[in-house]
Design a binder for this molecule. Structure first.
Ligand SMILES: *Cc1c(COP(=O)(O)O)cnc(C)c1O
Length: 355
């Protein structure tokens, strides 16, 4: 048995992989593969409608928001957000909490005026800047709720009157959020929602159409909203697998239940990192992510040997991102508590062996 701690594409529930693999051979007893059915067919219409319903239900999305299933990953949203929301002469505010946050700001700068209202670059992004001041007249305020690479997470949303835009790629569906606080939320699916190839966008309809810009249709949220994410061929299989994963989440009891599990998983692993004299966490305690746990060794020379032992114990994907080093254990929704326990046990075993 493998325990997949990879940061993305992520682990999904075994049942989801099984059902998806069946659908590749024969979808809904239609005699056709999910990979060959028309995206305009009744069968697929039912899939995308259920996916949308599940997003609305699980996240309690209020009236007045569109749910879009787009392509191009979260990285395309780095450009689409300013194209659609940042008018000429206006300024957008960005919080710089890591690689993805700064890439988002960099793209926005190509399109309009951007103010960086806070940054934790001074300490290699090990914390979330607090008490940020966002200009009241900002076109929007963009932040990244979970910093996949640095293992920090924003638990208290900065208070601002500017419309909130959030990249939730790596913690969406992991904890309760209040969608009404946001003008726009986006997430590449492959961290916690499904396989790569689809990007979820939840956008408040009344913020659209104000940029004064004539956009190519494919980059215009309004055109996707009007077309029900069917302006062009949508990523049928990725939407289908995401739908199966959201069904799994609902059957499990929804966001409240998964959030409690995620808290228990995080407590177990951070507890061991803090207890075990061989390891130490990299993020400041109050900003520690529940999704991506970054840690290093007191003696970096032992890291290769720990990775070796981890591999023997079936623990996969633990090598840290090059900009942090050490290890990163990603604990997305589908990673079970028993996998976390397997990692904790391996850390204890390593301690015993190297005492
Ligand atoms: C992975 C990631 C991205 C990039 O996503 P793509 O879908 O590969 O473009 C953006 N933001 C965050 C927070 C991520 O974790």
């Amino acid at each position: 048995m493998k325990h997949n701690f990879g940061a993305g594409p992520c682990i999904l529930p075994k049942e989801v992989f099984q059902e998806a693999s069946q659908a590749v051979v024969d979808f809904n007893n239609s005699g056709l593969s999910i990979l060959e059915i028309s995206h305009r067919s009744k069968d697929f219409e039912a899939v995308i409608a259920e996916a949308e319903r599940l997003v609305r239900e699980l996240l309690n999305v209020p009236q007045g928001y569109s749910i879009l299933f787009l392509q191009g990953g979260a990285s395309t949203q780095f450009a689409m957000v300013p194209l659609n929301l940042l008018a000429d002469g206006a300024q957008a505010a960005y919080l710089d909490t890591g690689v993805w946050a700064s890439k988002a700001a960099k793209e926005a700068k190509k399109i309009g005026d951007v103010a960086i209202v806070g940054s934790s670059a001074d300490k290699n992004y090990t914390y979330i800047p607090k008490n940020i001041e966002v200009p009241a007249d900002a076109a929007y305020f963009h932040y990244t709720s979970n910093n996949t690479i640095y293992g920090t997470e924003v638990f208290d949303i900065p208070s601002t009157v500017a419309p909130l835009v959030c990249d939730m790629s790596s913690d969406i569906f992991s904890r309760t959020i209040n969608v009404a606080d946001y003008a726009l939320i986006y997430a590449g699916a492959q961290k916690n929602m499904g396989p790569a190839g689809v990007t979820l966008v939840i956008v408040k309809d009344d913020i659209l159409g104000k940029s004064g810009r004539t956009l190519p249709t494919i980059f215009d949220y309004e055109s996707h909203s009007k077309a029900g994410s069917m302006y062009n061929t949508p990523p049928v299989f990725s939407i289908y697998v995401s739908m199966l994963n959201l069904r799994w989440l609902k059957a499990k009891g929804g966001i409240d239940v998964i959030e409690q599990e995620n808290i228990i998983k995080a407590r177990a692993l951070y507890g061991e990192i803090d207890r075990n004299p061989f390891f130490k966490g990299t993020a400041v305690e109050e900003d520690r992510s529940r999704m991506n746990v970054t840690f290093v060794m007191e003696n970096p020379e032992l890291e290769a040997s720990f990775l070796e032992l981890a591999k023997e114990r079936g623990l996969i994907g633990l090598k840290g991102h090059r900009s942090v080093g050490g290890f990163r254990a990603s604990m997305y929704n589908a990673l079970s508590i028993s996998s976390v326990n397997a990692l904790v046990d391996t850390m204890k075993e390593f301690e015993e062996k190297n005492k």
